[in-house]
Design a protein around this ligand. Sequence first.
Ligand code: ZN
Length: 420
Amino acid sequence: MISSERLSKQLQYLRTISDPATGGSGINRLAFSDADWKCRDYLIGLMKDAGLHVTIDAFGNVRGHLPGRQENLPAIMFGSHADSVPDGGNYDGIVGILAAIEVVKSMQEDNFQNDHPLDVVLFMCEESSRFSAATLGSRAMRGELSIAELQRLQDAEGHSLYAVLKTRQLNPDAIASAKYDRPLKAFFEVHIEQGKVLEHTKTQLGVVTGIAAPTRLRVHLHGKADHSGATPMGMRFDSSCAAAEIILQVEKSASSYQAAPVVGTVGIVRVTPCAMNVIPGETELGIDIRSISAEAKDAVSKEICRQIEAICQRRSLTFDIEEISKETPAAMAPAMLDFLGAICQRQNRSWRFMPSGAGHDAMHWTDYTATGMLFIPCKDGISHNAAESADIKDIAAVTEVLEEAVRTTSQADFHFSESV
Ligand SMILES: [Zn+2]
């Protein structure tokens, strides 16, 4: 049986593991910091207590293995991360790893027999706060991190990730060995939503349909800087007015797209020379467009670029558009969605399908195995913040759904339908 009391006590304790020197009332467990390491030791202890055999890879990722009755079958992997952003919350990541360990603990207490082996995974360095790159533990396990990249990635103090790994007695030179190449039958991750949808719709549980990825555009608008008093309105080439139209166009293009949800944000507006008495000659915009559908994201990006051209033409401005990044969204397989939806239904949960706007470790496993992700609400949608909070009832509920998912898939006679 899943014990909400046990989960609650563990969350309470983890709240005390935070670096006080970093200040703030939130959780400070920056990747590979002393607090992160203390938290990791505690979680390793919980894994061992649940009967898991613990191994560590070259990047420091922790795997707790529970042999199956048929050990040669593909494993079921599930878990999350435990590092935090500066002054973050005690639920981001943590809920997922505690839920994973609790599932094994509960299965052991019930003498449940798994045919397939289980791998509970604690991913290192999921947050980009320290090395400006996210989900590094997953990337190491997928064989996507090179020694050169470990040397290139640096924290604010100039320590390379390579050097930091060494100070933790890890083995960056053997990073290639961190690649996980055992076949998997399924991967599951539980996480707080980090948004407002579940709370607003009064829903307890979200089954994630896909994880959005951004396309980012940097746009430079070239007008003419003139005297703000001496230049009549009809004789101006004001780049900020074009920028204003473009910002509204991004909002319109993203929100009016019908086939799939798309979000568009202009998070950077830099006006030059930025003086009260000068018409802004130059404006730079930073545009971020996300969707779990690559086609939808492409269609909206193209539409925005067409509109930028039209707006600039009408205003006789020149422009250039630079595509800074274009990442591929991760889609969950329909059979996995049916499977998790059916469990929520059977357990009589209030649940919905929903996309994830934020990135997660799970997005690195969708092309490797059947990947499922479950969300629970967080209060006011607040995350990456000291005020982050989740209800223990919701944490226990999602853990019960995870448990049924793991128990079911761990049986040799269970097969996902063809589409996975
Ligand atoms: Zn997270």
